[in-house]
Design a protein around this ligand. Structure first.
Ligand code: GLN
Length: 534
């Protein structure tokens, strides 16, 4: 697409250096200069998408408006930029191969041998170009998952090499993120792993333009010069990336290092203005100087791996800023909870959030957390499975339906108060077949749900197969659990709340996916607001 500039971000030396945060931070700076920016992630694994991956393997599965199940880095992109991503923002090797193999079966290659080069690399290039071709973006940042040198990454690096050659030198740029480890015995940051990593990139025909070097202490000028000399980059293109107190510091740290200025001059973009980060700085100012603190409990079964609840954790940070308080999250393993331990384990918490999930492990612990919150008037937010647990708990303990359950946990239950959705009954394949993406919801005036949003019509993102069983709705409403949000097209219950409770809301959707720095999500903000009053 003429006019669109492409930035590629690769990683070297080790994984988990934070390519996603660097990409999102650079995008934030460019956006704050007035450019229209989006970020795309290319993942080198063979799964079609992370929807079928266990959260222990891969962390949270992030869902877009158009129903893509994606890498959690897309969550960072949206939280930093406030711009929705889509199916085109996350591509995996599995999807690339699936497309090529389907074409082969259609006979589109006309008898040719189908190979990594050019067929797989052509498909990668096509996916890279898609976002630029929409005409919606001045700059597309493409993050390449994995670490340079991995076998799986090779076709991506080769595709980028070809792509860059095709689009001309001022239209693209490669940023390589590396690590400078500190060796206590020699008392210095070591540059050799970075040199080797750049050599590996060069072997594949890619010369990085900018090196972003992670380090736990300042990189002396001499070391920067050395890296520049050995890796063919300018000294001002050796960017220091120190460990930050919060990910939301990183855009400002990158600004200090002039990452955006180096990018702008290399891409020959015209931008006279300095980035306008007024709102961002305002957010950070409150984040770092809270006037109150509140302790809330997050009950889930993947709590050992915080990344499994990434968007919820970030939405709580945003909600804290909105309330000028620090949200101190206690992570509670649902398998550690039962009727006998719940009071002691949840003691002192001002709010309880029951997390999404699948399968019956830890489910009874979640239900006892709901009961505790309901009976003790503790503000409660149940998300997806958390909402379903609230419905089951109310059925059992208020309506007296002793074996009330979700059909997911107990297929033969007499009282399936949560049942499989009609259009899910015939679904047998697991990948990409849930109710996914944004659906409309109409809020009932006069309810807490309505007052949270302050409007009648909302759209929120979903990822589930089960639903509130409307056969029981009348009984629930008569007993004090009402449906305050309904899908206007399918009549599915989207929000339940308790009438006689200070703040008890369960949502079938995932509000956490839509909380951003610029717009903290109202459900999280009001939940934290309620905990401050509790
Ligand atoms: N397992 C439940 C369902 O499929 C809830 C899913 C979730 O929490 N995302 O309906």
């Amino acid at each position: 697409m003429p006019g669109t500039k492409y930035i590629f971000v690769t990683g070297g030396v080790t994984s988990s250096l934070g390519k996603g945060i660097i990409s999102a931070s650079l995008a934030t700076l460019l956006q704050a200069r007035g450019f229209r920016v989006t970020i795309q992630k290319l993942d080198p694994y063979i799964n079609i998408d992370p929807g079928t991956l266990n959260p222990y393997e891969h962390g949270e599965c992030y869902v877009t408006d158009d129903g893509a199940e994606t890498d959690l880095d897309l969550g960072h992109y949206e939280r930093f930029l406030g711009v929705p991503t889509s199916q085109d923002n996350n591509v995996t090797t599995g999807r690339i191969y699936q497309t090529v193999i389907n074409k082969e079966r259609e006979g589109e290659y006309l008898g040719k041998t189908v190979q990594v080069i050019p067929h797989i690399t052509d498909e990668i290039k096509r996916r890279i170009k898609i976002l630029g071709e929409t005409g919606k973006y001045d700059i597309v940042i493409t993050e390449i998952g994995g670490t340079v040198g991995d076998i799986e990454s090779l076709p991506y690096i080769e595709a980028v090499r070809q792509f860059n050659w095709e689009i001309g030198s001022s239209n693209h740029l490669v940023i390589h993120l590396t690590l400078l480890p500190y060796l206590a015995t020699s008392g210095e940051l070591k540059t050799k792993p970075t040199q080797h990593s750049v050599k590996t990139l060069l072997e594949s025909g890619l010369q990085p333009d900018i090196l972003v070097c992670r380090a736990d202490r300042k990189i002396p000028r001499e070391q920067r010069k050395k890296i520049a000399l050995f890796c063919n980059v300018h000294t001002n293109a050796v960017i220091e990336s120190l460990d930050a107190e919060t990910i939301y510091d990183v855009p400002l740290l990158m600004l200090k290092e002039k990452l955006d200025s180096v990018v702008i001059s290399k891409l020959k973009l015209s931008s006279k203005t300095e980035p306008d980060l007024t709102n961002w700085k305002h957010f950070l100012g409150i984040l770092k100087n809270p006037t109150a603190e509140v302790k809330i409990g997050l009950v889930g079964k993947y709590v050992e791996l915080k990344d499994a609840y990434k968007s919820i954790a970030e939405a709580l940070i945003h909600a804290g800023v909105e309330n000028e308080c620090k949200v101190d999250v206690t992570w509670i393993h649902s398998e550690d909870l039962d009727e006998s331990t719940v009071a002691q384990k949840l003691k002192g918490l001002k709010g309880i959030l029951v997390a999404p999930g699948f399968g019956d492990r830890g489910i009874e612990g979640k239900i006892s957390a709901v009961k505790y919150a309901r009976e003790n008037n503790i503000p409660f937010l149940g998300i997806c499975l958390g909402m379903q647990c609230a419905v089951v708990e109310f059925g059992r303990n208020v309506l007296g339906l002793k074996d009330a359950n979700s059909r997911e946990m107990s297929p033969k239950t007499k009282h399936p108060v949560i049942d499989i959705m009609e259009d899910q009954k015939k679904v047998t394949k697991k990948g990409g077949t849930m109710r996914l993406g944004a659906y409309n919801c109409k809020l009932v005036k006069g309810t807490k749900g309505f007052s949270v949003y302050g409007t009648s019509n909302i759209a929120e993102r979903h990822r589930h197969r089960f639903e509130f069983n409307n056969k029981y709705l009348k009984d629930y409403e008569n007993a004090g659990m009402i449906a305050s949000g309904i899908n206007p097209d399918s009549n599915l219950v989207e929000i339940v709340e308790l009438v006689d409770h200070p703040w008890f809301i369960g949502v079938q959707f995932h509000p956490e996916y839509k909380s951003t720095v610029a717009q903290p999500h109202p459900l999280f903000a009001k939940f934290i607001g309620a905990t401050l009053k509790a």
